[in-house]
Design a protein around this ligand. Sequence first.
Ligand code: NAD
Length: 467
Amino acid sequence: MQETLTPPAFSNATSPYSDLVENQRKFFKTGKTKSLAFRKEQLQNLKAGLKKYESKFVQALYEDLHKPEMEAYATELDVSVEEINHVIENLGSWMEPEPVATPLFFQPGRSVTIHEPHGVSVIIGPWNYPIKNLIGPLIGALCAGNTAVIKPSEISPATSKVMSDMLADMFTPEYVTCVEGGVAETTELLKERFDYLLFTGGTEIGRIIYQAAAKHLTPVTLELGGKSPTVVDEKSDLKIATKRIVWAKFLNTGQTCIAPDHIYVHNSKKVEFIALAKKYIGEFWADGQASKDLGRIISDRHFDRISKMITGDVVIGGDTDAATKYISPTVIDNVTPEHPAMQEEIFGPIMPVIGFDSIDEVIGNISSGEKPLALYVFSNSSKTKKRFVNETSSGVVLFNDLIVHAGHAGLPFGGIGNSGIGAYNGKIGFETFSHKKPVMYRSTFGDVAQKYPPYTKGKMSFIRFAI
Ligand code: NAD
C-alpha cells in the first residue's frame, strides 16, 4: 500500500498578520516579482513615491527629530533616490547567471550560480534615520525579487505614518505593505514565518529579533549599534580632522549609528583639538538652541539617559532643556572608562575626549572591547593605517573621514560581532536578499562506470585518482 505523506504545515503561527503574510506568499508564488522588468518598474514606483511624498517626509522628520531640511535630503531622501538609480542601472547585469568553471571529472557539464529571491521578507527599522534605514533595505528586497513587509519605528510616529501612507499609495499590499506599531505589534508579526528578515536597531533588541527568527530558521541581517571609536594621532591634519569629527558627531544630534562615539586624541594635540572643536561648534551652530540646523533628542527617555552623561570635565556645551529635548553640542575632556558616557553607546550630542600617548594603547583598548560598527582613524602615517587595518576588527575602518562610507554604493554596510550580522547597500543588498543558488547542467552522455558498486580495488584506484 502506498504511504500518504502529509506535507508539514508551512507556518503554525497565527497572528493578526497571518493573512497579510499569506497573501504576500501567494503573490510571490505567482512568480511575478522575478522578472527584471517587474523589479525595475517597482523600483521606479518606489522612487516616484519618495518624490511624491518628499515634502511630507521632510515635515515628518522635523516633527519627530527636528531634523534640518538639508539633513532630510542629504541623509534620507536624496541618498535613497540615488541608490535606486544605481540599482536600476546595474540590476540587469547582477541578475545574469554567473558562470563557474566545471572540472574535467564532471564533463560534459556546465555550471552557473543564479540569484534566487528568498520570498516574503520583513524589514524592521529604527527611528534615527527612519526613511533611509527602511528604504535602503527595501531597495535590496525588491531588486532581489522579494515581497516585503515594512515595520517602521513607533518612536518616530510622524515619519512612520507618512511611510505607511506612501507604501499604501504606491504598492499593492500583497507585494509591499507597512505594519505600524511598537513592541506588541512586532512581537505578533514575528510569530509569522518570513523567508528573510532585516532588522536595524539596538544590539539588545537584535538578540530578541534573532531568537524570533530562529524559530522559523529565517535567515537574518542584523544592523546593530555600539560604540564607534575615532582616533586622531599626532601625524594628522588636525584642522580638517576636528572639523569633520564635529560635523559627524553632531549630525542628527549624535543620533547616528555610525557617529563617532568617543575620540582618542594624541596628548600632544588634545588642547588644540578642543580649541578647534569649540571654534567649529561655534561656527556651525552659532545661534545655539535657536539654530535651525540642530536637531532634538527623540524622546524624554533618551533625553534623560543622555543628560546623565553630562558630568566630569565638561569643556564645551552641557546645556539642556527638557521641555524641548534640547542638548547642546557637548565635549567632555579627560574621560575615563568609568565615566557614564563610556558605559553604553552614547547616541546623542556628547563627545568624550580621551588622551593617549601611544597607538599600542589605543589598539589595545579597541581590541579588548566589542567589535564596533565603525572605526575612524585620522593619520597620515601608512604604518599606523596598516596597523589599524590588521590589528583591529570593526564593521568598517575609514581613514581621515567619517560616515561618508555609508553613501558608497559599492561598499558593504554592516557590522560584526555585537554591531551586526551581514550587510546591505547597492549590489550587496541585492546579494543579501537573494539565495545564491548553484545550478549544474550535466549530460547523460559518458557515464563513469567506476562510481557504482560493487566497489573493487580497481574502481577505487580510478575514482581516487580522478578526484
Ligand atoms: P530599537 O532596537 O529600540 O528599535 C528598533 C525596532 O525594533 C523598532 O521598530 C521597534 O519597534 C522594534 N522593537 C523594539 N523593541 C522590541 C521588542 N522587544 N520586540 C520586538 N521589536 C522591538 O532601536 P532604536 O532605538 O530604534 O534605534 C537605535 C539603535 O539602532 C542604536 O543602537 C543604533 O546604533 C542602531 N542603529 C543601527 C543602524 C545600522 O545600520 N547598523 C542604523 C540605525 C540605528
